[in-house]
Ligand binder design. Structure first.
Ligand SMILES: [Zn+2]
Length: 55
């Protein structure tokens, strides 16, 4: 699937980079997740890679 809409592509990239990683099982969770969807613990850290280098 190719995304041609630059707005959607930007959004998709941001969502892809805004993850929460479980510290217990290493599972990837949504940025909105409070608990890990795999082990249901709340040891989540943000995976927040800054994509916007230039403003
Ligand atoms: Zn987990």
């Amino acid at each position: 699937m190719t995304i041609t809409d630059p707005e959607k592509k930007k959004l998709a990239q941001e969502i892809r980079l805004h993850l929460k990683i479980c510290l217990d099982c290493g599972g990837r969770n949504s940025i909105y997740a409070d608990r890990c969807r795999k082990c249901h613990k709340s040891h989540l850290r943000l995976k927040n890679r800054a994509l916007r280098a230039k403003k």
